[in-house]
Design a protein around this ligand. Structure first.
Ligand SMILES: Nc1ccn([C@@H]2O[C@H](COP(=O)(O)OP(=O)(O)OP(=O)(O)O)[C@@H](O)[C@H]2O)c(=O)n1
Ligand SMILES: O=C(CO)[C@H](O)[C@H](O)COP(=O)(O)O
Length: 463
């Protein structure tokens, strides 16, 4: 995580922190969405068997200072894996085909920064507008902007804190449908602690019956008319001290919101520790799967299969494929990591080809992509087994791999946000030692993919 001067260059360059693991069940950040194709005057966006037959726009309030983190940089601009938190939240909405537009509300002094983020991470549905001195004022500016633009006014407006990056399409769908039907809808969670009222002297006044109450979370949805009217009618005191949009809809429009229980991943990044937890979830999400490319050679397939078995125990999904051609080109578009296995090959041409394919697919825009070159050398005559050379020589096809070669390749790839690492298998004809080597290979692979350490880029590690 990086939270210093939020200059665009630093957002890209600084990208690493070690942290504790976090047990939340994350939603998967995905690729940036594209504008839904809409026939004139009509929208009918399909969602896994469901459809949204009305226009939906989103307001993401991101105009706060993040005082409670104790950091200088507002939390929405803190960077994980070279990308600011706000971009992850935008992506969670942008990937939803039935969402037509997203208004991000930012403080005036951060408008340029926001414009740069939108360009750099190729967000397509986003427009930034200036915020206000409180959250309600910022949200109100965002809602007004939806009526100002050239696009058609939405039927439903979803409001979501920019600092809650793990929101999934299923919940957004439920909120949008309930808001359209009911006028307002919001996500809730069970209370973790009991809520008590205190006296002015600091004593217990009374406590609330916890089972009766819920924590109000985000996202919330409103028909455009309800949220506009609520902000038109609400008082200066609401603007200054209010914390609940659903309350405004009830008080000023008589609209009782439908409440929908959301998943635990809805939590809001509020304190510094939440930034560490968010980064951990992001890394975990990006480390779930890798694609092993064998080049089709029997020995490489044997090694890939052994790796697949060993990595399975580490809770990572591995698919083994011969190349990235034909149907397999689909892997270039998914959030997979790549492992090129080379046995008895002396050069890096195979991994170079993978890098070229990834670059052409423009895959490393949103986060650094991991490519691991795994090399080994078979020495026995039984082609059904992969045994590696019995000497200490860490070579491929008898010739030492120039560390500079992989370092040069890796340095060039790093400019394109692709992190290339090398792993050489330590040789053995001994079955037990071979198994240990494969297990080490799996552990190193998993650690490299999870940590995405820039410091290890271009290194040739030994398994
Ligand atoms: N004037 C404000 C204040 C807050 N927000 C946004 O409202 C969301 C939720 O608010 P909160 O977590 O309280 O953020 P901050 O106000 O930034 O944090 P703090 O209260 O610790 O200063 C955040 O995305 C924040 O950027 C906003 O758009 N405009
Ligand atoms: O929970 C919420 C919805 O009701 C808001 O996210 C919450 O009010 C955010 O603002 P703050 O942290 O400033 O209270």
């Amino acid at each position: 995580m990086t939270c210093r001067d939020p200059s665009p260059t630093q957002l890209m360059e600084d990208n690493h922190i070690n942290m504790q693991s976090h047990s939340c069940d994350p939603d998967r950040p995905a690729h940036p969405g594209i504008f839904p194709t809409r026939e004139a005057g009509k929208s009918n966006h399909q969602l896994a068997g469901s459809s949204v037959d009305f226009l939906v726009s989103v307001v993401l309030p991101a105009g706060g200072t993040g005082e409670r983190t104790g950091l200088q940089t507002p939390k929405q601009f803190c960077s994980f894996l070279g990308r600011p938190l706000i971009s992850y939240t935008i992506q969670a909405f942008e990937r939803v085909s039935w969402i037509q537009s997203i208004v991000v509300v930012v403080a005036k002094e951060n408008m340029d920064l926001m414009t740069d983020i939108v360009q750099r991470f190729q967000h397509k549905k986003v427009r930034a507008v200036p915020g206000g001195s409180t959250r309600h004022r910022s949200i109100c500016n965002g809602v007004r902007a939806l009526g100002d633009g050239e696009e058609e006014r939405p039927k439903v407006v979803i409001i979501h804190d920019a600092v809650r990056p793990f929101v999934d399409e299923d919940l957004l769908y439920k909120i949008a449908m309930a808001a359209e039907e009911q006028g307002a809808a919001g996500a809730i969670r069970p209370l973790v602690s009991t809520v008590i009222a205190t006296t002015s002297e600091g004593y217990l006044d009374h406590s609330l019956e916890r089972a009766k109450y819920r924590a109000s979370e985000m996202p919330q949805g409103f028909t455009y008319d309800v949220i506009c009217q609520a902000y038109q009618k609400c008082s200066e005191s609401d603007f200054e001290f209010g914390t609940e949009c659903l309350h405004l809809a009830l008080q000023y429009c008589g609209t009782n919101a439908k409440l929908i229980q959301g998943p635990p991943t809805l939590w809001k990044v509020t304190y510094k520790r939440d930034l560490a937890a968010a980064e951990s979830i992001i890394k975990e999400t990006l480390s779930r799967s890798a694609c092993v490319i064998t080049g089709g050679s029997e020995q490489a397939v044997t090694l890939a299969d052994a790796l697949q078995k060993a990595v399975g125990a580490l809770d990572m999904k591995l698919d083994v494929i011969p190349d990235l051609m034909g149907e397999n080109a689909g892997y270039l578009l998914k959030e997979w990591n790549f492992i090129q296995v080379s046995v008895n090959r002396s050069c890096l041409s195979e991994v170079e080809a993978v890098l070229t394919d990834l670059q052409a697919a423009n895959r490393a825009v949103l986060h650094p992509l991991v490519v691991i070159w795994t090399s080994g050398r078979r020495t026995d005559s039984d082609s059904s087994k992969v045994h590696l050379s019995g000497s200490d020589e860490l070579s491929v096809s008898g010739r030492g791999v120039e560390p500079a070669t992989i370092m040069d390749l890796a340095s060039a790839a790093k400019f394109r946000n692709i992190l290339l690492y090398g792993i050489q298998l330590r040789q053995t004809k001994d079955a037990e030692r071979w198994e240990r080597s494969v297990l080490r290979l799996a552990e190193i692979t998993s650690a490299l993919i999870r940590e995405r350490s820039p410091a290890l880029v271009g290194q040739l590690l030994q398994a």
